[in-house]
Design a protein around this ligand. Structure first.
Ligand code: 13P
Ligand code: SF4
Length: 320
């Protein structure tokens, strides 16, 4: 879209937002122009926390479906709009509630007592309803460390994050075998080449990346933790292994620093050969404008599911 049209659309969005008393939230992986119009940009934890604090009639969640669902569960009386209802998440899709329930039952039979069920926030409301405590990449370690040591724990759905938390906490959580298609595709070969070409440059990675990538990283953290590290570190250059949307906020916060993205493995016929989450990119200015104008698509969560899911999300907020 031409810059002139973008500026016009941004002004129209600002007008509608004021008229309807709406607040726009955006995840760090969204397009730069979406981050520019957002009132609040954050990682999954910060977005959920902030949603419970704002005083607005309408919350527009520019992210993916599970983020809108979490927001609606936490703020049932507010209208939660998501610009594109079909913006899903491969990680959430890798864990169907029915299969997860069966896994919990099998592990309960095996251990002769029901394990504590910990789920990453990248899950459907139905999976959260089967969960004792939800975690995000910001608080997973802190929450798992607070759980009783003598009880088995199931962790789902991200296997890479679960293995990482097991290694830093010394726990042996039983892991569901799910993954994010963006984070599990970073190329180790490319990372090693970038490290050789840029000696001494720190590598920052999201814990959804595979273990060999994490083993080559200096800092492992949520999108927000990685951003904060780039701000406070005296270093001027960083190699980044996470979705490339975060580079916009890193560059905005640190205009004098350089960020080098790790490319993915190129697999014939599998998505794009870039490190972008196509679901996050489904949020466009046109769709934000249309959803504010029309008051839809509106997120709805089945009341019974929401009632069960809310306790596991609130437990997370208390334990964070
Ligand atoms: P954060 O919790 O770090 O924002 O991650 C969310 C996500 O979808 C990562 O792929
Ligand atoms: Fe889901 Fe991966 Fe996209 Fe995050 S980057 S929203 S985990 S598909």
């Amino acid at each position: 879209m031409a810059e002139k049209d973008q500026t016009k659309l941004k002004a129209q969005i600002a007008e509608l937002k004021a008229e309807k008393n709406a607040v726009i939230f955006a995840h760090y992986y969204t397009r730069p122009e979406i981050q520019e119009i957002a009132d609040f940009i954050g990682d999954s934890l910060a977005l959920a926390q902030e949603a419970t604090r704002v005083d607005a009639d309408i919350l527009v969640m520019c992210g993916v479906h599970f983020m809108g669902e979490t927001m609606k569960i936490l703020c049932p009386d507010k209208k939660v709009l998501i610009p594109d209802m079909s913006a899903g998440c491969s990680l959430a899709d890798s864990c169907k509630a029915e299969d997860f329930n069966q896994f919990i039952e099998e592990q309960t039979a095996l251990h002769k007592s029901k394990p504590i069920v910990v789920s990453y926030v990248n899950t459907t409301a139905e999976v959260k309803a089967l969960t004792d405590v939800v975690v995000t990449s910001s608080n997973a370690q802190k929450i798992v460390e607070q759980l009783p040591k003598d009880k088995p724990i199931i962790f789902g759905p991200d296997h890479n994050l679960g293995s990482h938390i097991n290694s830093v906490t010394g726990r042996e959580m039983i892991l569901w075998n799910g993954a994010c298609h963006v984070h599990s595709r970073f190329s180790l070969e490319a990372l090693l080449r970038l490290k050789a070409e840029n000696p001494g440059v720190e590598v920052l990675a999201h814990p959804e990346c595979k273990a060999p990538i994490l083993a080559q990283s200096d800092v492992i953290g949520s999108t927000k933790a990685l951003l904060q590290h780039t701000i406070k570190s005296p270093a001027k250059r960083f190699i980044i292994a996470t979705e490339s949307g975060i580079l916009f906020e890193m560059q905005r916060a640190c205009p004098d620093k350089q960020f080098i993205p790790v490319p993915p493995e190129v697999t014939e016929g599998v998505g794009c050969s870039c490190n972008e989450c196509e679901y996050m990119r489904m949020n466009t200015l046109e769709k934000v404008y249309a959803c504010l104008r029309d008051g839809q698509p509106q997120m709805q969560v089945n009341k019974e599911t929401a009632a069960k899911a809310v306790s596991s999300i609130k437990r997370m907020l208390e334990m964070s």
